[in-house]
Design a protein around this ligand. Structure first.
Ligand code: KIV
Ligand code: ZN
Length: 528
């Protein structure tokens, strides 16, 4: 009999907390939606006390999600717990996740508290949280570097106080698989009431051991594994969901454990999280990296063609990567709407109920097909990914002209269509054609305070290296300490840069407008 392991996803909390991974509200909702489709058991939506943005994100996700438990993080204080409880009010299945450090180094230097004080604070705050919410998780931060007897006492006491899940994080990625597994076994054997709670593990990847430690802990009896899509998270990240899940799936003969994850959604989830966080996976990343299924060596290619099992332990199709070889029909400028829609549905992209989105995508496809001889599946996926969802387009690129070279200062003339339908055109100079173009955009939108934090450009289809290949640009901008990500796709790299910049700006304009609107409603309610 296979044991079922619960998957607690923290892409939106530990993942989003990582430097350079912050996501805007719309992207967070898109991530929550794919996590729900993926079938995770718990979505940790954020840390509400941290900022108004985090609070609103948890509240919005709590409202949208139907199925998985929605968790919100709180330090062991009434202020944090109150914020978490309030943000979770719309949730059908809310969980407050309280944490407090238990290692000697954290208690002495960070908390400046004795172990006895930490124990009573943990108990007091778990009972307080339990009086407000039926589902409480307690995390013993830095558990893997804590004293064993102290851990047993804390776990027993917080379960008595009402915690239904107890998590023993390897907060600094210090554990060794055998040692971490022993910790799980010791807790199972030594804490008298452990059968009344779900035992969870949460690993960091500082030494590249997060997945190995999580697998060892699950095999030793842990009931829940905390992870994130693409492994995003503090420092070197968390346990990568796709790697943990595919290990259990591919080696079910060995592990005899299963999860509720629909593995055919893994590829899509990875793409959505990359786009939302603005962080691409390294090409050789296990399971979802660009090269994870690429066979370069002739001897491997020959083997895979004769029988994929020679060098492939899982198929790309099993995680949702469409098999282009199954669909030989080439799409190009003569392809009609019917062929395009068929290819979309073959790629698992379903907009049947949204004709206006289909119209828009078909228009973009036609423009692309005019520039490229053939349009690949990756091109189509990039078009869909480059669509900026429900975010209204305050600024749309109409046209641009650049003048650039090695011995002249680059200039760019950019014309944008603005929200009222009019066109505004500006010229600017810059350090290269993209810089000049973004400066021209800044002049139009008054974007002097906007800073470009990160910029990356990639060819969409690794096999399509011809001159008409598409470039996909991811960009991160900040203003007033807040971050927005954008993406843009085009056969022209300057155009993909301008589009990515505008997509981040449009996300920013929309989010700030929503916040102003919400503020107005709150004010009106206050004033009766
Ligand atoms: O790594 C950690 O200890 C955490 C806790 C808050 C669960 O992220
Ligand atoms: Zn963590």
């Amino acid at each position: 009999m296979e044991r079922r392991i619960k998957i607690f996803d923290t892409s939106l909390r530990d993942g989003e907390q990582a430097p350079g991974c912050s996501m805007n509200l719309h992207s967070k909702v898109a991530v929550a939606e794919i996590l729900q489709e993926l079938g995770v058991d718990v979505i940790e939506a954020g840390f509400p006390v941290c900022s108004a943005g985090d609070f609103r994100a948890v509240q919005t996700i709590a409202h949208c999600v139907n199925g998985p438990v929605v968790a919100a993080l709180a330090r062991a204080s009434t202020r944090d717990i109150d914020a978490a409880v309030e943000a979770l009010l719309p949730a059908r299945a809310p969980r407050v996740h309280v944490f407090l450090a238990t290692s000697p180094i954290h208690m002495k230097y960070k908390l400046r508290k004795s172990p006895e004080d930490v124990l009573s604070q943990a108990v007091e705050m778990v009972s307080y949280a339990r009086s407000l919410c039926p589902d409480i998780e307690f995390s013993l931060e830095d558990a893997s570097r804590s004293d064993l007897d102290f851990i047993y006492r804390v776990i027993e006491s917080v379960i008595d106080a009402g915690a239904s899940t107890v998590n023993i994080p390897d907060t600094v990625g210090y554990a060794v698989p055998e040692e971490y597994a022993a910790l799980v076994r010791n807790i199972k054997n030594s804490v008298p009431n452990i059968d009344k709670a779900c035992l969870s593990v949460h690993c960091h990847n500082d030494l590249g051991m997060a997945v190995a430690n999580s697998l060892a802990a699950a095999a030793a009896g842990a009931d829940q594994v905390e992870c994130s899509v693409n492994g995003i998270g503090e420092r070197a990240g968390n346990t990568a969901l796709e790697e943990f899940v595919m290990n259990l799936h591919v080696r079910r003969d060995y592990y005899k454990m299963k999860t509720g994850i629909d593995i055919s959604k893994i590829y899509q989830a990875s793409k959505i999280v990359s786009k939302a966080s603005g962080v691409r996976c390294q090409p050789n990343k296990a399971v979802v990296g660009e090269n994870a299924f690429a066979h370069e060596a002739g001897i491997h290619q020959h083997g895979v063609m004769s029988n994929p099992c020679t060098y492939e332990i899982m198929t790309p199709q099993s995680i949702g990567i469409p098999d282009s070889t199954l669909n030989k029909m080439v799409l190009g400028k003569h392809s009609g709407r019917h062929a395009f829609e068929e290819r979309l549905s073959y790629l698992g992209i379903n907009y049947e109920d949204s004709p206006e989105i289909l119209d828009h995508l078909f228009e973009e496809f036609k423009k692309l097909a005019d520039k490229k001889k053939t349009v690949s599946d990756r091109d189509i996926e990039a078009l869909v990914a480059g669509r900026n969802g429900e975010i209204p387009q305050a600024y749309v690129l109409d046209r641009f002209v650049i003048n650039s070279g090695s011995s002249i200062t680059s200039t760019s003339v950019v014309r944008l269509k603005v929200a009222d339908g009019s066109f505004v055109e500006k010229v600017a100079i810059g350090d290269g054609p993209i810089d000049a173009s973004l400066n021209a955009v800044d002049k139009i939108i008054g974007g002097e305070e906007i800073k470009l934090e990160d910029f990356s450009l990639q060819v969409v289809d690794a096999v399509d290296t011809g001159t008409d290949a598409q470039g996909e640009c991811l960009m991160r901008v900040t203003r007033g300490g807040r971050t927005w990500n954008g993406s843009g796709v085009s056969t022209d790299i300057v155009e993909s840069g301008i589009k990515a910049y505008l997509s981040a700006i449009n996300a920013m304009v929309y989010e700030l407008a929503c916040e102003r609107e919400a503020e107005k409603i709150r004010e009106a309610e206050k004033n009766g």
